[in-house]
Design a protein around this ligand. Structure first.
Ligand code: SAM
Length: 280
């Protein structure tokens, strides 16, 4: 059922999908506003309403707080470090960090959806001026149909600029040449000794088998990569762990440590929903 509804949803274009979501969630949004006497807030920042959140399921704030922990425990993030948020969305990762990152340390985020960037500038940058958001015009058929190609995109930052970077639930919507480029670019803009945390759907045999019949079954294979939708390539994309580790070496990373996630329903120890890879 979930797969059928997802297929139906993908029949719309990216902008229309956001409107459909707003309409479908209108009663939930109204209830949220009523219950909280306005938008719920974190550290004074108004949070997006459920119908506005086009960047993934689950509890927006809880997930952000969870990754704030992952950044510290897995990525060794410290309050005085400057950070880069690749695919910053609606600020799910940025907001919980506003009471952690201390100026002059800077947060920079970029994203392909202009309205999301404007929204973060209004809600977050206006209150925390050391948090910066930038729109980059690139195509991703799940999010925007206009712009250049991410596989040759140069991040708009100088070399050796950041201590820590992340891409949460972003490479799960990008194609292999784009991910390979982003791994190289992340390496370039991070200082020597910098760390990069990225989430993936790592589609090894065990994950593919465990996911069969569930909401996260990958059923379209192109080469060695797996897709959830034949029509919208960015819908959800899976790569083999071997490929990701090979791309890491090619991009100049000396280590790519995998923390297995529970998206596939596989047994054994897991860290988060998606697989997390920490490049160092
Ligand atoms: C599932 S959302 C996750 C957003 C955010 N990272 C989070 O965890 O809440 C994926 C985000 O990646 C952005 N995105 C997609 N392709 C991108 C690209 N090539 N470069 C930067 N951002 C991209 C989308 O616009 C969207 O905001």
């Amino acid at each position: 059922m979930k797969r059928f509804l997802r297929g139906l949803f993908y029949a719309f274009g990216p902008r229309a999908r956001r409107v459909v979501r707003r309409l479908a969630f209108a009663p939930v949004d109204a209830w949220t506003l009523l219950r909280h006497g306005g938008r719920p807030r974190y550290n004074g920042i108004p949070l997006p309403l459920p119908g506005e959140i086009f960047t993934g399921g689950g509890d927006f704030l809880e997930n952000g707080l969870l990754f704030k922990q992952h950044f510290q425990t897995l990525g060794h993030l410290k309050p005085h470090e400057s950070v880069l948020d690749i695919g910053s969305g609606l600020g799910r990762m940025a907001i919980p960090l506003t009471d952690f990152l201390q100026a002059p340390a800077e947060y920079h985020g970029f994203d392909v959806v202009a309205s999301a960037v404007e929204d973060c500038q209004q809600r977050i940058h206006s209150r925390f001026p050391h948090f910066h958001f930038r729109h980059v015009s690139l195509v991703n058929d799940l999010y925007t149909l206009e712009g250049g190609s991410a596989d040759t995109f140069t991040f708009p930052y100088t070399d050796d600029r950041f201590d820590f970077a992340w891409a949460t639930s972003v490479f799960t919507h990008m194609e292999r040449a784009e991910v390979q480029n982003y791994l190289r670019e992340a390496r370039r803009v991070l200082k020597p000794g910098g760390r990069f945390l990225a989430t993936f759907f790592l589609t090894d045999e065990e994950a593919l088998t465990s996911a069969k019949g569930g909401a996260y079954e990958f059923h379209v294979q192109r080469g060695e990569d797996w897709y959830m939708s034949a029509d919208v390539k960015g819908a959800n994309v899976g790569f083999t762990p071997e490929n990701v580790q090979q791309w890491a070496v090619e991009a100049g990373w000396s280590e790519a440590h995998i923390h297995v996630g529970r998206w596939s329903g596989r047994s054994g120890a897991t860290t988060d929903f998606q697989d997390i890879v920490v490049f160092s």
